[in-house]
Design a protein around this ligand. Structure first.
Ligand SMILES: CC(C)(COP(=O)(O)OP(=O)(O)OC[C@H]1O[C@@H](n2cnc3c(N)ncnc32)[C@H](O)[C@@H]1OP(=O)(O)O)[C@@H](O)C(=O)NCCC(=O)NCCS
Length: 179
């Protein structure tokens, strides 16, 4: 657990430690207070400790980048959009569908809370993980490509800036067609 939490925290949660994330997960049932809202941790624990973790936060940096839209808009934005910070499964359990289940449960839970889009950043070189997300409905943005997100009457643009990471996103909106 501490190892997975450590991974989850790298560069993402300010002023916190892996221990405090683990405590927060245990005491708040997976909901962790972070700037601008709540983060959610979904864990795989078959009784022998946590072997898989999906950690999702509001897209804090993006909300800050668009601060000119105002704090009311930021609130709406972080309610409707989420960002995967970490998805990890211990090596011995990989290939058994654990991450697929964590992602499906996480997305369903986010959708239920009114979240409409999920963002993720993956290392540009990691084609295996990008393909994994693509098979689960995520689209990755190549250099110079951008995606327009319309939230709360404003448009914002998602890009894969820099060469280290590529940004991916998935819409959680379900359009019902026909009757
Ligand atoms: C990427 C990662 C999270 C995937 O976890 P995982 O639990 O192995 O993923 P899954 O088992 O759900 O899916 C892996 C493949 O196994 C297959 N699979 C599912 N159930 C299976 C089973 N019972 N037996 C064999 N294979 C199975 C799936 O079909 C999937 O292949 P597909 O994408 O072609 O459909 C994991 O490899 C990992 O932790 N990597 C290191 C950290 C990392 O890179 N994280 C992502 C950055 S955000």
């Amino acid at each position: 657990m501490a190892q997975l939490a450590e991974l989850a925290l790298q560069g993402h949660t300010q002023g916190s430690t892996a221990g405090s994330l683990a405590d927060a997960i245990n005491s708040q049932g997976g909901r962790v207070k972070v700037p601008m809202g709540r983060a959610y941790a979904f864990v795989h624990d078959a009784g022998d400790g946590v072997r898989g973790l999906l950690y999702v936060t509001p897209p804090i940096r993006l909300a800050e980048d668009y601060s000119e839209f105002g704090s009311e808009w930021q609130e709406t934005f972080v309610e409707r959009t989420a960002e995967i910070q970490l998805l990890a499964v211990t090596e011995e359990l990989q290939g058994q569908g654990v991450a697929s289940s964590l992602l499906a449960v996480g997305e369903a839970s986010l959708r239920q809370r009114g979240c409409r889009a999920v963002l993720v950043k993956v290392l540009a070189d990691d084609k295996r993980v990008q393909a994994w997300y693509q098979r689960r409905g995520y689209t990755f943005l190549a250099n110079r490509q951008y995606a327009e997100l319309k939230v709360g009457g404003q448009s914002l643009f998602i890009t894969s800036e820099g060469s280290t990471y590529v940004s991916g996103l998935k819409s959680l909106r379900t359009d019902i067609i026909g009757g």
